[in-house]
Ligand binder design. Structure first.
Ligand SMILES: *Cc1c(COP(=O)(O)O)cnc(C)c1O
Length: 376
């Protein structure tokens, strides 16, 4: 079976570096908010082309704390993609603000700036674009809207470590950004982890308080903060991996280029890279009206795939209280019915890529041609 993502192999290949990092932390005896976190924050800020990085417990808390630090909460509206992983929505829910979901552009899956413009009200405080599948959202029009309406743009960069838009890195494109280091992300810890990047000194200062009980010095609490810290051990592991990220993303892009070149002819719809955008290729997503049959057939042919995501947030039981019905976000719902993520990751070798391409072509040729989807 060709794995969807061989995390075990990726981490095993780094065993010596990870052991060195572990030894360093053991020798220091310091486990929470110390030199490793501080050093990683400096290194990741430099990587993302921002002035500051604040290590936190995970990606969801990164987004949540940014909203808190901007005092966005009850009575405020935050515009989010309908087409995203539920964490983007949960961050807004945690903060107590109102979710205003908008539809994506079908060819990238990312937030449609025109839909965002139409959703702005006097209560809107922030726009939270997600750089879905590793490609940055259309940030220039979103930043224009934000400027005109006095809004914050908070990037959900959990899938886009290292992606660029006209040469600028994900994490530096909005006012602040949340990253996740969940193990399967392009830069993954050996457990949970997250970070916020920003070049706003006041925001950075407030975030350092909020992640640590609202405390700058021990047992003095300036505000009711949270316990949302990045562990020293995870920071040490992340420092071992960060220098390899660009090479890994390069390999992902090579694989994506081969898929792009060979799979269009197999009757699948491919997602597109927009001009000026260099995707981190976190996921390689194709669309098929016969997605479920395709997935089963590929599994039988020895190719493991995944679906990102099968049910959109507005149709999850968790958000039943918002009262959305099927059909509320038709483009989002079609994408959720049609998307399939093919094997992708830095350890996938050329023969495996060839085997995936051959399997997709063979399986597609056997399947009944379906009518083109409404988004064709
Ligand atoms: C993974 C992910 C998150 C959440 O990150 P965690 O570290 O798992 O909390 C948020 N948004 C998107 C788009 C993600 O893919």
């Amino acid at each position: 079976m060709i794995p969807f993502l061989d995390l075990k192999e990726l981490n095993r290949s780094l065993a010596p570096e990870l052991h060195t990092a572990l030894t360093r932390v053991l020798d220091s005896g310091w486990l929470v908010l110390g030199q490793e976190v501080e050093a990683f924050e400096a290194e990741f800020a430099a990587y993302c082309q921002t002035d500051y990085c604040i290590g936190v417990a995970n990606g969801l808390e990164a987004l949540h704390l940014i909203l808190r630090a901007y005092d966005i909460g009850a009575g405020d509206e935050v515009i989010v993609p309908a087409n995203t992983f539920i964490a983007t929505w949960l961050a807004v829910t945690y903060a107590g603000a109102r979710l205003v979901p908008v539809e994506p552009l079908p060819h990238t899956g990312n937030m449609d700036p025109q839909a965002v413009a139409a959703a702005i009200t006097p209560r809107t405080k922030a726009i939270m674009p997600v750089h879905l599948y590793g490609q940055t959202a259309e940030m220039a029009p979103l930043m224009d809207l934000a400027e005109r309406h006095g809004l914050k743009v908070i990037e959900d960069a959990a899938q886009a470590h290292g992606a660029t838009c006209h040469g600028r890195r994900a994490g530096s494109l909005g006012h602040a950004a949340g990253f996740s280091f969940y193990p399967g992300k392009n830069l993954g810890a050996l457990g949970d982890g997250g970070a916020i990047t920003t070049s706003d000194p006041q925001l950075a200062e407030r975030l350092r308080l909020l992640r640590n009980y609202g405390s700058r010095s021990k047992y003095r609490n300036e505000e009711a903060g949270f316990n949302c810290r990045l562990d020293e051990i995870q920071a040490a592991f992340l420092r071992a991996k960060l220098p390899l990220l660009d090479g890994w993303n390069q390999r992902r892009r090579q694989i994506a280029a081969r898929y792009d070149a060979e799979l269009g002819a197999a009757g699948l719809q491919l997602m597109q890279e927009a001009p000026g955008h260099v995707s981190a290729r976190h996921l390689y997503v194709v669309r098929s009206p016969q997605r479920d049959a395709l997935q089963v057939a590929l599994h039988e042919a020895g190719v493991q795939t995944a679906i990102h995501y099968p049910v959109p947030p507005h149709l999850q039981p968790a958000y039943a209280g918002l009262g959305y019905r099927e059909g509320a976000f038709p483009i989002t719902e079609i994408l959720h019915r049609e998307v399939l993520s093919l094997p992708m990751g830095p350890t996938l070798d050329d023969s495996q890529v060839t085997a995936v391409i051959d399997a997709v072509k063979a399986v597609s040729a056997r399947m009944q041609p379906a009518p083109a989807g409404p988004l064709a």
